[in-house]
Design a protein. Sequence first.
Lengths: 451, 167
Amino acid sequence: MFRKVLVANRGEIALRVLNACRELGIRTVAVYSEADRNSLHVRFADEAICIGPPRLADSYLNVPAVISAAEIADVEAIHPGYGLLSENANFAEVCRASNIKFIGPPPEVTRLMGEKEKARQAMKKAKVPILPGSDGVIFTAEEAQDEARAVGYPVILKAKAGGGGRGMRIVRTPEELPNLFHAAHTEAANAFGNGELYMEKFIEQPRHIEFQVLADEHGSVVSLFERECSIQRRHQKLIEEAPSLQVTPDMREEIGKTLCRCLKEIGYQNAGTVEFLMDADRQLYFIEMNTRIQVEHPVTEAITGIDLVKAQLRIASGERLETILPPSLGIRGHAIECRINAEHPQKFTPSAGQITAFNVPGGNGVRVDTAQYAEGVVPPYYDSLIAKLIVHGVDRAEAIAKMDRALSQFVVQGIETSIPLHRGIFADAEFQAGEFDTGFMERFLARGSAG
Amino acid sequence: MNPLNPEDIHDLKELIEFLKENQVAEFELDRGEFKVRLKFNQPEVTQGGLSDLATLLAGARGGAAQPASNTAVASPAAVESATDPLAGLHVVKSPIVGTFYGSPSPGASPFVSIGEHVAKGQVICIVEAMKLMNEIESDASGDIVKCFVSNGQPIEFGQPLFSVRLS
């Protein structure tokens, strides 16, 4: 096991990783920007090094500063958390060149999965179901017409270099295709400096289902089942739960087996998440793979009893899955997570500032991952996630009841948070019934029941 | 109130140093007519390693002994000089995290020495980050008064390197 690890992140995930290190007897080094001097990840690390001014590009995303800190602190490994440098293959390469273990997959694999089309082809080859679509880039509107006919309307055009919805267009009829093709091309070229587009079948009212995997460095891969993440607003997840009500034990086993075979072939290592869309017929289609720990990993930890971050550290230090995991894996109960953001519950505007009162709920089956505290400050420079509230019940009904009471006991004053929004969602009949898709938030907000 | 003899002042200074080194927050001494109460500014966040160094440095700079006004018996002048030796000085801070080197190569003479005049933009040291030797320039003109770091020492972003008496 490692002697000393640097955590290249901030906020709750930095603290989460520090906790795992500490429980494994690993010395910890935190890095921080000037805006985070009084943060808990700084306070609770064995050592802390200021690496730059508040701006992300000058501190947490500054590769030379992070590597330099790792070198002067003499660490053996870096845990990148999520976001920031976690899926930056160049960073992983610099780590390798500096003889520092990057806790994640090898840079080649991160790079493969970062290129959507290559990732799709790799999955297709291993017989993981993918969305029907173009094999690569479509250059002209005429070409797009032919593809759309083959795939079947509706289709969606997406930017090859894209993300965040830009350069994306849903096309429902052949007549509107040429105009939408040009609009998407121009938008992508402006946003990413690359106007290349590809096409996929568009799934109406999809669910977002993802599978958690762990792979060691000796060729073993396991699936730790699925998470349901359909409660999203503008592609930002708000609530995640596990297991999904829509995934049957047979599907779970089949997809799990296929993924393990595929990831073994690719040479995947460490923790990862494979994201799928599910259509109305419960058919799953691969969309992308995230090559890091996810924000919503605690729901999987709750139902499997496996500490995913500790598993990451143990895998990266060379341990085999068979020594890390229990002999048999199963699902126990039902877990739900709410992302508590520092933002207005109806307007969704970010709300930075000083927290004046902070009461964290507890009790049986309630977990809160946060790096915030009373009199702590939410700086305006970073992500608005300030806490994750996770509950674990014997079934979904108990989990909902637990979440409802935990939300009522979660008090944050001084800033606006999404807690009132979550309370509204948990009181909603559609959410309670579990019969929802990624269009839920739009319908919910239209009903005017938020907060 | 009896004036203190030089021996007492010396003892007091030593005591202050000892308390500072051990990060004592408050100290009270009562020997009849001789009463001392000392309060030290505590670093807001304490952690091990490098930042400890940084906070200690910060403490040595700004957070020195501040005798409570009513009970202090040490001569005000003596305490004053221990309080803020850097008043009115400009501090050159490290713009990057890395390892400090005072000279261009091992054995070579240092870029600058105490008392020397430096111009704004003049290279005053090297901070090594990722095997790259980054020349650090002074952001002010003046005479070097003090160097806060030693050769080969790991330093963080914003850590004080030199103090300069502006000219």
